[in-house]
Ligand binder design. Structure first.
Ligand code: LLP
Length: 383
């Protein structure tokens, strides 16, 4: 259970991110144990949290990295991730980003369109290099998650649709400096119904069998990330269902001795170790509502405003009574609301409030809107 050293927070300017490093270490150990059990490779999805201190820690456990921009490739290399375990996805890779990745010697590009592979081939050829690619396939499997974080439906911009897969493979095979080494899938994020992953496995088996019958075989399958976390009970469920998650793939994916399975978990690794810590600025008694106005807003944590996401809110200063509040930020937008009718220990000006499970897509999505300062990060083992 994450402990908040509130006495040590007194001297820190709020809002800031606080990371429970022991919890992150336990989570990394758990992922390492499960992936080693089956010979799987995890590439941590840097997009979930690119804080350099956390990246260095994650890299030290031997995981690879999943990047979606040249900046992320650089961050991964700087943090010490092994280049031979870095994968690079994204629908719109710019030329300089492709160059950065080739120069860095990454494992492979996860490609999403023919024009993109043609450019990668052109750049690789000009450098006298061969480059490995996996095709990101859009398997049209419903992830049963929020529409804005669903990626594997035909209507989404990601990947190659099944009806076009064969012709894309033929095209890629004709390119001089490209080696096609596998298929990549990612159907969405914050997936809590594990059955969805079993469906994905079955779909992938069908695709692989169909291609094999045409003489096309792959040694790598990458299942992306997507495992959800419990935003409602961050303490009792601090660790996602890693055992069940990896077991599903081991049980359901048909593979031979030469095939290798990859994952790109992001959220499941870092979400629960991070909290956004804020102070209450004012309590405002409205006509129909009581507002707790924080000094943090959607500039520091955009998930509630952007995806209607729930984050558990806790007043770290205890009090005898509980009251209901709309917990809001200072940004000049009506969507700057962290929660409505939230039951909290009665708050007063200066109390510390924690927005829990904010380690993934929190700090990394912060912005300077309203000329705000980007939040700093503090770590439980060095406060
Ligand atoms: N691999 C690919 C190709 C992805 O697109 C993503 C996430 C991941 C891996 C990592 O997925 P995860 O294990 O974290 O679910 N900002 C949103 C989430 C966007 C996820 C986009 N893709 C949020 O705050 O919920």
């Amino acid at each position: 259970m994450t402990q908040f050293p509130v006495n040590k927070f007194q001297s820190i300017r709020t809002p800031f991110y606080f990371y429970d490093v022991n919890l992150l270490r336990d989570t990394l150990e758990a992922v390492k144990k499960e992936t080693e059990k089956y010979g799987f490779t995890e590439h941590y999805a840097i997009k979930a949290n690119a804080n350099p201190t956390l990246l260095r820690l994650i890299a030290s456990y031997g995981f690879g990295a999943d990047c979606v921009s040249g900046g992320e490739v650089k961050a991964a290399l700087e943090a010490g991730f092994d280049p031979s375990k870095i994968v690079f996805a994204g629908v719109g890779k710019a030329d300089w980003e492709i160059e950065t990745a080739i120069d860095g010697g990454i494992f492979c590009f996860n490609v999403e369109s023919v024009p993109e592979v043609e450019i990668i081939n052109e750049i690789a050829t000009s450098k006298g290099r061969r480059v490995s690619v996996e095709i990101r396939v859009n398997p049209n499997v419903d992830a049963h998650t929020h529409a804005k974080i669903t990626t594997g439906l035909s209507e989404n911009k990601f990947g190659i649709n099944l009806s076009q897969l064969q012709s894309v493979i033929d095209k890629i095979k004709s390119l001089s400096n490209i080696d096609l080494i596998g298929l990549h899938f990612h159907i969405g994020s914050q997936i809590t119904d594990l059955q969805v992953f079993a469906l994905l496995c079955n779909k992938v088996n069908e695709i692989v069998a169909d291609l094999a019958s045409k003489g096309i075989n792959f040694s790598n399958l990458n299942f992306g990330g997507g495992l959800g976390v419990d935003y409602y009970e961050p303490d009792s469920n601090a660790m996602p269902e890693f055992t069940d998650y990896f077991k599903i793939f081991d049980k359901n994916v048909k593979r031979d001795s030469g095939s290798h399975i990859h994952f790109e978990l992001g959220r499941a690794i870092v979400a629960q170790c991070g909290s956004l810590i804020s102070r209450v600025l004012y309590v405002k008694e409205g006509e129909v509502k009581r507002f707790a106005i924080l000094d943090a807003g959607f500039t520091e944590l955009i998930r509630p405003a952007m995806y209607d996401a729930y984050h558990k809110i806790e007043n770290l200063t205890s009090s005898d009574e509980e009251l209901n509040y709309d917990v809001v930020g200072p940004i000049c937008e009506s969507s700057d609301v962290f929660g409505k009718d939230v039951k909290l220990n009665a708050v007063k000006r200066g109390d510390f409030v924690a927005l829990r499970s904010a380690g993934a897509y929190g700090e990394v999505m912060a912005s300077g809107y309203n000329c705000r300062t980007l939040p700093k990060a503090y770590f439980s083992d060095r406060l």
